[in-house]
Each structure stands twice: as C-alpha cells, then as structure tokens.
Design a protein. Structure first.
Lengths: 422, 352
C-alpha cells in the first residue's frame, strides 16, 4: 500500500513538473518586422538586401552560440512599395499582433522611416534602418540608423580632400587639381538627387565647419532621379572650381553623370566621392573605365574578402554577381546589430522579458560594437541614434576596388552635435 | 437617379430633393452608421483601423476631384498637391503661430480653395487636355515652392504637426483618429451629395455635357468652372489637414506625382460623377494595393524564382490591368455595376 501511495505521489510530482520542464525546453522566438520596397522604385536593391537578411536570419538561428540556447528570431516580411501609407499600415498591422515585435525596419527609405518614427516612439519599439536624413536622427527618438549622419559624410569627405591637398598625394585627380590651383583652398561640391534625400546633405552647419577646416563650399547642384542629361549641372560645378564632388545618389545616376562628364571632356576636372549606401562596384559596371578613380566613403564592405568566411560562402551560394555584394553586406551588418541587441537584452532581463523597451535600453548603451561585414564601430546613445562615427574610403583603381582609408572620423554636425562650429 | 419601389412617389418639392426618401433609406442609414461608427472601430485592430483612416482621407480628397472631373468635366493632374497645400497650411499655422488643429481647419479649407481658384484661372481659355497640362504645372510649381520655402515650410525636412486636442483630451490612437476622420467623411459625403443634387451640381453637369449650350442658357461657365476648382480644392484642403495631423508631420515627399494619377484612377474606376462610385473606386484600388503588400512577399517566399521579377511588378500589373479592364468592360465604373445589381434586386424575380 505504502509503495503504491509512494508511486502515485511520484507520478503526481512528475506530472506537476512536466509542464515546467516542457516549458523550459520551448524556444523563445522574437518577432522582427522587416518592411521592404519589393514592388516600387527600390525593389531591385531591396530584393538583394532581403535575400541577405533571409540568409543571415536563418544562419543566426542555426549557428550554435550566436543566440543563447532556446532563443530564436522570426523575420516577418511586408512589402511597402516605398509608399508611406502602405508602410504605416503594414507597421500597424504587424505591431498590433501578439507577441509584440521587438525591432522593426522602417521600409529602407528615408520617407517611410520618417513616417514610422513617431509610431516607433509611441509603441516603444525601436526602428533600426539605414537612413540618417536629419528628420530621422534629429531629434533623437526610437529611430536608429546604421549610417553616419549625412552632414558628417560631407565633412569627412572635406577632411580627406584637405589632407590630400598637396603635390604628394597618391590620388591622381586630386593631385592634378592641386597642381592647377595651388594658390587657393580646396573646393568641395555636392550633386544630389532633386528630392529630400539628395538635398538632405546641404545643411547650414556644413559651411562653418568647412570654413574652419580650410575647405571652400561650392553651391550644390541637383539632378532628377532618372536624368536624361546632367551636363548643365556638372559643367556648372566644374566652372565653380569644385575639386571634389560628393554624389548624393545611387549608382545608376552616379554613373550617368560620370558618363556625361566624360562626354563633355570634364571627367578629369574633379574627384567624385560616392554616398555611403551608393555602390562603387555597380558604378564600375555601369560606367566602365570612366569610373576609374571613383571613391566611396562608407561603413559597408563591398569586398567579399573582408567578410567572415561563412558569409562569403553564403553569398557565393546565391550565385549573385559581385555588384550585389554591398547590398548583401548591408543586410548582414544591420541584422547583426539586431542580433547583438537581442543577445544583450536576453543577458540583461532573461529571454522571457525582452521587449522593445529593453532593446531600446541596450541599444542606447551600445558602445563601439564591431558588427559583422561592417568597417565602422556602432555607438548609440539616447541623444545620438546614428551608429557609426567613422567610415572607410574605397577607390576604384583601374577596375580594382581598394580600401584607401581604413577609418576617418565622420563629425556629428546635427544641431547640438559636438562638432558643430559655434 | 435612385430607383424606388413601385408606388413610392414624391408629393412635394422638399420630398423630391431630400437625400433619404423612404423608411428603407433611413433604416439602411442607421444600420450603416452602426456598422461604420460602432461595430467596426470596436472590433478592428490598429492595422485595419490605420488602413481605413487612410482610405477615408483619400475618399474625402477624391470626392473633391469628382466634382471637378466627374461633374464639371475638368481634368486635373495636380490634385495631390492641393492635398499637400491643405496639410502645409495646417502645419504652418500650428508650428509657427501656435494655432490648434481645429483653428487651422477652416484656414486650410479656405486657403486651399483660393490656391485652387488661382490655378483654375487658365480654364477661362483652356479646356480638355490643355487644362490638364495647366493643372500639371500647378503640381510642379507648388512642389518647388514647398521645397524652397525655408523655415516656413520646413524645406526638405518638412514640418512636425501636433495631434488634435479636445480640451485637454488628446486624439492620438488609431481608434480615436478613426472617429475623427469618419465624422469628417460622413460630413463630406453629405455635403457632396447635397451639392451634387442641388442647383450647383446640375450646373456642373450642364457644363460637362456641353459648355457652349450651358453658356447659351445663361450659365456663367467660367465662373462655375472656378467654383468647381474651389470646391475640389477645399475638399483637398480638408483631406490634407486631416492627413497632416494623422501622420504627425508633413513633407512634400508624401505627395509623389503618381498620386495625381491615382486620384484620377479612383474616380474613373469608381464611376465619374457618382459619390458612391468615388467611395467604391478608392476602396477597390487602395485595398488592391494593401492586398499586394501582404500577398507579394508570401508569393516571393513560396516561389523564389519569380520573387525578383513578377512579384516586384505585381502591384503595377494588377493596377494597370484593372484600369484597362474597367475602361474596356465597364467604362461607367463600379457605380454603374452597383446600380445594375441594385435595380435587378429591386425588380426580382422579373428580368425587367
């Protein structure tokens, strides 16, 4: 009788403990909302990025040690077509489902990220995306950017130009300009898309900073997103004596302008510097030899040899052309920051209690994080929501993409930023 | 004209011009209002509410265009920018002068109507495709002004806009906005219906059908065309003001050029010169877009080989095909289809 009672008691104990043990073995899966332009103007690029993200998400879920045991992420995809209304609707739909997502993208385009910014703050879910256009990162809120601030990109290009404004510089277009204009300060120009993104580089904090640096600012020019003839704009910049021109646009337009410049015989009259998320390899593909000497200031790694071997292998498996390596590296670096913030959040509060609020807290205390497939270190603060403060510079040297500067400081020229000239 | 059961006659002029004529109309109104204002907002989640909020704002704007295009026969290729003007007037007065949203509302209405009136002036000399070109110019001129408006318009950075307040009560959740926007939509539909059924609506129709004949009958064609532009823009102004406060900011990038074409599409697909058709048109085309938003990635995941080509063009293919299909098979729009179904139901089981 006693044995039987003991047996029943043990069975009851086992049944009582069973749900706990089963529960402990259950994976915790966090919802990550990915909104992309799969049917709009950026669909070509976003399809590549999405492929990289999907590969990285699957890899991270399977790679032992990337996440703590029992922790996974679930990447939910929405197509916004770069339409702000659809992006907001997708965001609302995704965030009203349970369990609540802990991180979202913002549609991978400045206008949609701007639309998501107030919602992210209201819902307390960090939005980590690419654009550092001023309305996104200033005033700092719950929208984080993986790129340096736009004003900082211009300032860093100016610093590079100033440092190389001598007869010994190895960069032949800058050297040529120096030899022709020894007696004056170097001049920096800007040519951008005629939209909010292209015009976002020209802010009032730029001029005093450049003046202090000893670089003259040349009045910018703007071109349509799909231009047919850009010779008037480029000729005006050349006439104003721009020694270096910063291109605030993406590769197709950048290549068109270079071709137009070559057609009217002024390609060797300026050094061109590509935007952070432009693509130096695609410019080379589109413009051929005309793109020799083109530079690009970025945190991304266009050269697959710089990546972790596992990612290089993953990229090779996609059989995509080298042109898309930069988009793929962008995907991995972003999602590695997502992954790192999840790891830190799990460590801080335990897997069951990770929320958007906790992710925000760990993000805003993230200092000098070296994420995968990325050159710059990521530091976020409550009042600084763009990650990198440095960038690398790559150059197309006779068709070969070479890293010429490992790390250059990208100043914080947002209102109230530490580098703003008083 | 609305068909009524056999034996239902209007016995007075008041009865003839009223919107709701039979007890059945009143019952339907109450049922619809209950569904629209009570059932849906209580049951729907934030995602569905945000879609409806945007649909309703778009309907208000499209009702305006329907007056110009559907009733008065004037093509406008710049309607999106008048919505932007309404939003910017709200933004400027709230940001720079500290006005409440409610106070900016009449300013948006009047201000946008005046801007619309100004850009309607070429209709004195132009019509058809030529007036379309002149309204197209208004889009580019106004975008340029907004973009270079410096601190007044916020330039490329746009303007942040506060939520509306009722006393100390903030309207900020999707549900609260739903009630606000739904109330304005109901008012906008009622006013539109009243205008369309009144003297002004008939004058617009006379101008649309034959402006020369209308002039011979003593109608001041130019004056009434300007009134159509003003009414159209006033609706856009209200929609813009709601849009701005709902989004919390205003930027010219929220009004891409393609929006002008979509506004035309809503009116054409819904049925020109029909209030109900406008609502149908917006619902149909907008919901098609949201359908692609959800289904596109699913198809892309299931069939990766077509993800980069077919799926990325799905929305354009769908929308293009729908408009072509409507122009060929149902040029009078969804409204006509609705009327056909309704009259068949009313005379059922007879065929005619």
């Amino acid at each position: 009788m006693g044995k039987r009672l003991f047996g029943v008691f043990m069975l009851l104990c086992f049944l009582a403990v069973l749900p706990i043990s089963v529960h402990a073995k259950e994976d915790v899966s966090y919802r990550i909302i990915g909104m992309y332009d799969l049917t709009g103007p950026y669909s070509g690029l976003h399809q590549v990025i999405l492929r990289g993200i999907k590969d990285f998400v699957a890899w991270a879920n399977e790679e032992p040690g990337y996440f703590p045991d029992g922790v996974k992420w679930d990447h939910e995809i929405y197509d916004t077509g770069m339409d702000m209304q659809k992006c907001v609707a997708a965001y609302q739909m995704a965030t009203s489902k349970k369990p609540e997502p802990i991180i979202t993208t913002g549609g991978l385009a400045s206008p949609t990220i701007i639309a998501i910014k107030p919602l992210a703050k209201r819902k307390k879910i960090p939005c980590i995306d690419g654009s550092s256009a001023r309305p996104i990162v200033h005033p700092a809120a719950w929208s984080f950017s993986m790129q340096g601030c736009y004003e900082g990109m211009i300032a860093a290009s100016a610093k590079f130009l100033k440092d190389n404004w001598n007869a010994n510089t190895p960069y032949k277009l800058i050297r040529k300009r120096y030899e022709e204009n020894k007696g004056r300060n170097p001049r920096l120009g800007l040519i951008g898309w005629d939209n909010a993104f292209g015009r976002a580089f020209d802010q009032k904090e730029i001029k005093p900073y450049l003046k202090q640096l000893g670089v003259d600012w040349v009045e910018p020019e703007y071109v349509p997103v799909s231009p047919t003839d850009t010779t008037p704009q480029i000729l005006r910049l050349v006439k104003r004596g721009a020694d270096m021109i910063y291109f605030g646009m993406y590769p197709n337009t950048h290549a068109t302008i270079l071709k137009d410049a070559a057609r009217v015989g002024v390609r060797d009259k300026f050094q061109d510097m590509a935007f952070w998320a432009d693509n130096i390899i695609q410019i080379r593909t589109y413009a051929g030899e005309i793109a020799n000497e083109t530079m690009m200031l970025t945190g991304y790694q266009p050269d697959t040899n710089e990546w972790e071997p596992a990612f290089k292998k993953m990229f090779e498996k996609t059989k995509m052309s080298e042109d898309y390596a930069l988009g793929y590296s962008l995907a991995m670096s972003w999602f590695d920051v997502y992954g790192e913030s999840i790891r830190r959040a799990v460590k801080k509060v335990g897997p069951e209690k990770v929320t958007g609020r906790v992710i925000y807290d760990v993000l805003t205390s993230m200092t000098d994080y070296k994420c995968m497939a990325y050159n710059s270190l990521i530091t976020f603060k409550k009042n600084k929501t763009f990650g990198p403060s440095t960038a690398s510079i790559y150059q197309n040297q006779n068709g070969k993409i070479v890293k010429i500067v490992d790390s250059i400081y990208t100043p914080n020229l947002l209102p109230g930023g530490e580098d703003v000239v008083k | 004209m609305s068909r009524r059961p056999c034996g239902t006659f209007d016995v007075s002029y008041e009865k003839d011009i009223c919107v709701f004529r039979t007890p059945f109309h009143w019952i339907m109104l109450v049922v619809l209002l209950v569904l629209y204002l009570i059932v849906f907002p209580l049951l729907a989640e934030d995602g569905a509410l945000s879609i409806m909020n945007m649909l309703y704002i778009t309907i208000i704007a499209t009702l305006g265009l329907n007056f110009l295009l559907g009733y008065c026969g004037q093509i406008s290729l710049g309607h999106a920018i008048f919505v932007a003007v309404g939003g910017y007037i709200t933004g400027i007065f709230m940001t720079h002068f500290g006005f409440s949203w409610w106070a900016t509302l009449p300013l948006s209405l009047i201000g946008t109507a005046i801007v619309g009136l100004f850009f309607g002036l070429p209709s004195l000399r132009l019509k058809g495709f030529y007036i379309a070109m002149s309204t197209l110019a208004s889009y580019f001129i106004l975008v340029w002004i907004i973009m270079h408006g410096g601190a007044v318009t916020g330039g490329i950075n746009g303007l942040p806009i506060d939520v509306p307040m009722i006393g100390s009560y903030e309207i900020c959740s999707q549900r609260q906005f739903y009630y606000l926007i739904a109330a304005f939509l109901a008012l906008a539909v009622f006013v539109a219906k009243s205008i369309a059924r009144g003297r002004l609506g008939r004058i617009f129709i006379a101008i649309r059908d034959d402006d020369l004949a209308a002039e011979v009958m003593g109608i001041n064609v130019f004056g009434y065309k300007l009134i159509a532009f003003a009414i159209s823009s006033a609706y856009a102004g209200i929609a813009g003001s709601l849009f701005a406060t709902y989004w919390g900011f205003i930027s010219f990038e929220q009004f891409p050029f393609t929006d002008n074409i979509w506004y035309l599409g809503y009116v054409i697909v819904g049925g020109m010169g029909s209030i109900v058709g406008t609502i149908f048109g917006v619902f149909f085309l907008k919901l098609l877009g949201y359908f692609v938003m959800i289904v596109g990635p699913m198809i892309g995941s299931a069939l990766p080989s077509i993800a980069g080509s077919v799926v990325s063009s799905m929305l354009l293919i769908f929308n293009g095909a729908v408009i072509v299909a409507f122009l060929i098979f149902e040029p009078r729009g969804l409204h006509h289809r609705w009327e056909t179904i309704r009259s068949s139901m009313q005379i059922w089981p007879f065929t005619y």
